[in-house]
Design a binder for this molecule. Structure first.
Ligand code: ATP
Length: 299
């Protein structure tokens, strides 16, 4: 078993190193300001979302260098489906999501939402259609209430309070000195990773986008926090198309479809049962994780 654990531990190390260097997806919004802007096509129309189906059609991509990052990635997410993306660090999972937001254009192939090429629609309408729960949410120096309302500034007080409840943040907020008027952010109360993810979920609830992206935390959360996040996300994503960069077994097992990525390509896809039966890469990862779990549990 050592041979299995060594690379997994090593990947964990590489992962943290890369994570430190790379901004999370929400921070990319800020980075975007400094990057050569991707322009709307002169005749760009607003995206019209019906079911929120996603189609990657033979998508290839590389960043500035010659090193290919995505190779002929091809998959479909049917409206309302929950799809999990798994794969080793550096496999290209986040890149796939960045392309869906059109932070970059594909080199080859197309990405379609409800049949419309995302390169042909206005970026504003594209980003309006997608809500994201990143690993590390940016909080402003303001009250927790305003930090949530920011997702839709014209939301009423009641709507914000409903979102707080639906995101399972109300118990936590009740313990704060000034309730939802408590100041958070750099100069205020620091929230845990799990609490921040629930703030992001509350924002998504207010924004009500048809497509949801969830970058699951890799850092271990306490299991109560983890349960609360999963419950909240499952509730908001019900009936919506969702794409999850998954690290939790429960997320993967429940997914309608799992995309298994390695070195920029989708090497296997199917649901959990189908992939276990394939006895390929996914099945090996799964069994290795099961071993690791059991070893942990037995101390
Ligand atoms: P992780 O699980 O560690 O987040 P990932 O599967 O999400 O990994 P990506 O973040 O998509 O992987 O990265 C895929 C590859 O692209 C990596 O080798 C990474 O170093 C490279 N890469 C990512 N962003 C950039 C960038 N802005 N410029 C150049 N290379 C990049």
């Amino acid at each position: 078993t050592m041979q299995i654990f060594m690379p997994l531990n090593f990947l964990g190390f590489v992962y943290r190193e890369i994570r430190g260097a790379l901004a999370n997806i929400e921070n990319l919004f800020k980075l975007l300001d400094k990057q050569p802007a991707i322009a709307d096509a002169p005749d760009a129309q607003d995206l019209k979302v019906e079911g929120g189906g996603i189609r990657f059609q033979q998508v290839s991509f590389r960043y500035q260098s010659d090193r290919p990052i995505l190779r002929q990635v091809d998959f479909t997410v049917s409206p309302g489906q929950k799809v999990a993306i798994v794969g080793e660090s550096g496999a290209g999972k986040s890149t796939l999501i960045k392309l869906l937001f059109r932070f970059y254009d594909t080199i080859e192939g197309k990405i379609l939402i409800d049949g419309q090429d995302i390169a042909a629609v206005t970026q504003q309408s594209l980003r309006q259609a997608i809500g994201i729960v990143p690993q590390d949410t940016v909080l402003f120096n303001d009250s927790i209430f305003e930090n949530i309302r920011y997702a839709r500034p014209d939301a009423s007080e009641q709507e914000v309070l409903d979102a707080i409840r639906m995101a399972h943040l109300d118990n936590f907020i009740r313990t704060l000195p000034k309730g939802h008027q408590t100041q958070v952010g750099e100069r205020g109360l620091k929230l845990s990773g799990g609490e921040k993810q629930r703030v992001a979920i509350a924002r998504v609830i207010l924004k009500r986008p048809p497509i949801l992206l969830f970058d699951e935390a890799t850092s271990s959360l306490d299991s109560q926090s983890e349960q609360a996040i999963l419950k909240a996300f499952t509730e908001v994503s019900s009936g919506h198309t969702s794409l999850v960069i998954a690290h939790r077994l429960s997320t993967v097992v429940d997914a309608d479809k799992i995309l298994v990525m390695s070195e920029g390509a989708i090497v296997e896809q199917g649901n959990h049962q189908q992939l276990l039966q394939t006895e390929g890469y996914y099945a090996r990862l799964w069994h290795a994780q099961q071993h690791q779990r059991r070893d942990k549990e037995s101390g």
